[in-house]
Design a protein around this ligand. Structure first.
Ligand code: ARG
Length: 468
């Protein structure tokens, strides 16, 4: 195994069990490219400031570029016994270019190095998640567009409540996901405000470094104003894990609905065979495993967030090794959300909606009762009286096994002379939906406007991302 970078003061070799325990190479090798980029910015700055000689700077830059190329081509393998990715790259560099390699770490510590590397890695990976989220929102808009007139019961307490459409319901999720996008975007912007590089181990450095320069080279707004803070907070990890958790919560709720909708009890939708699984014993089964896994994995991501929150709560300033645990929780949260989005998006794109079944369910739940009461109110009856009378009508209909629209004109008249022939249109389910044309409501025009607005947001966000 390669020698530790810090061996100077020790007289004994570290117990191999401690070495294994301490090593983070297994999970921090994910930041290899970002570590190299950070080192290149640092070396460039050291050269610029005259802290290292131009020849050394050039040797370091070429050496690092070659290491990166060799890692990408597979010519160089990461040593699984190395202490961490920072050690591995520095030692490989020194083995290749000699003494110049030993000058790279001037005015820097692994503490500011790792604080930088995580940020650079999160910037890339979270941007990827955000792009996936937009892909899902686009699919929701497409499905909603196909279903602006698919009337279904809207629920409260999982009881049929008022008529909505499948398009209206799907667009609700589109807006949730666009907020998830916004939360990740905000977290990234805050994270990229302050560059930690140059904080040193905790107290800066005596070398005349230029932190402004490295911050700019690495795409930050500027250097962090306090070196202790720079190396010791992981609030940005917590914020991103929280945003990811909220997104998982939304996906989990959507999954729960899909699970209900494709059951025989609802049958509002049919999932494509390619996105369902069978049972090894019950030949009739077609299970929505994808959605159940998303629901299940949501708990795991909440666990990642909790790991980070608990990891940080008792740490005195500045760096403590506890913080090495940040990476596994972060990667797990990111990978889990990426996996869920990758699967749920084509699953929703290929799902078939069954509007006849939705309509049949809508017809059964007296979800036009509010509209019937509103009809009487509009004809002059006080709403509370209309509410009470409609309640009595619903109760009679339940006893008689019919729906409101199955009452004859005479039966209607017997309840109130205010009822006229136009009551049938007033309580028709599509009319009830169309009547709800208030901003944000389920009417076709209102849902079409939502789809258009959401699509405009997707286009604007994609253009913004392409520019960055
Ligand atoms: N592997 C460490 C981490 O992930 C890198 C920083 C090590 N710093 C130290 N002083 N031991 O946090």
């Amino acid at each position: 195994m390669a020698e530790q970078l810090w061996k100077g003061r020790f007289s004994k070799a570290v117990d191999p069990r401690v070495n294994d325990f301490n090593s983070s190479i297994r999970f921090d090798q994910r930041m290899a490219r970002q570590d190299i980029n950070g080192s290149m910015a640092h070396a460039t700055m050291l050269g610029e400031q005259g802290i290292i000689a131009p020849e050394d700077r050039d040797a370091i830059l070429t050496g690092l570029q070659e290491i990166l190329a060799d890692l990408e081509s597979g010519a160089l393998e990461i040593d699984p016994a190395a202490e961490d990715i920072h050690t591995f790259i520095e030692q490989t560099l020194t083995a290749r270019i000699g003494d110049a390699g030993k000058r790279l770490h001037t005015g820097r510590s692994r503490n500011d190095q790792v604080a930088l590397d995580i940020r650079l890695t999160l910037r890339e990976e979270v941007t990827g998640l955000m792009d996936q989220i937009l892909g899902l929102v686009a699919v929701l808009c497409d499905q909603a567009e196909q279903n602006t007139d698919s009337v279904m019961p809207g629920y409260t307490h999982l009881q049929r409540a008022q008529p909505v459409t499948m398009g209206h319901q799907l667009m609700a999720y589109a807006w949730m996901l666009l907020r998830d996008y916004g939360r990740l975007q905000d977290a990234l912007a805050r994270m990229l405000h302050d560059c930690p590089l140059g904080s040193g181990a905790l107290a800066g450095t005596t070398y005349p470094i230029d932190r402004q320069l490295t911050a700019e080279m690495l795409g930050f707004d500027g250097p962090c104003p306090n070196s202790l803070d720079g190396v010791s907070d992981r609030d940005f990890c917590i914020e991103i894990a929280a945003a990811i958790s909220i997104c998982m919560m939304h996906l989990s709720r959507l999954s729960e609905e899909i699970i209900l909708w494709c059951s025989w009890e609802f049958k509002f939708i049919e999932l494509d065979d390619a996105f369902t699984t069978g049972s090894s014993i019950m030949p009739q089964k077609k299970n929505p495993d994808v959605t159940e896994l998303i629901r299940g994995k949501t708990g795991r991501v909440y666990g990642d967030l909790n790991t980070l929150l608990v990891m940080m709560k008792g740490l005195s300033l500045a760096y403590d090794k506890d913080m090495q645990e940040d990476k596994e929780a972060m990667w797990d949260a990111i990978d889990t959300l990426a996996l869920c989005l990758r699967t749920v998006t084509p699953m929703l794109a290929t799902m078939t909606t069954l509007p006849e079944n939705m309509r049949a369910a809508a017809a059964k739940g007296f979800i036009n009762a509010t509209d019937c009461a509103d009809y009487l109110t509009k004809k002059g009856m006080p709403f509370r009286d209309a509410y009470k009378l409609t309640g009595a009508m619903v109760s009679d209909c339940i006893a008689a096994g019919k729906t409101l629209e199955q009452l004859t004109p005479d039966e209607f008249k017997a309840y109130s002379p205010l009822f006229e022939a136009d009551v049938y249109t007033a309580i028709d389910l599509l009319t009830c939906c169309e009547g709800r044309s208030s901003y944000g409501g389920p009417s076709q025009a209102s849902v079409r406007a939502q789809i258009e607005a959401a699509r405009a947001q997707i286009a604007a966000l994609r253009a913004e991302a392409d520019e960055a």
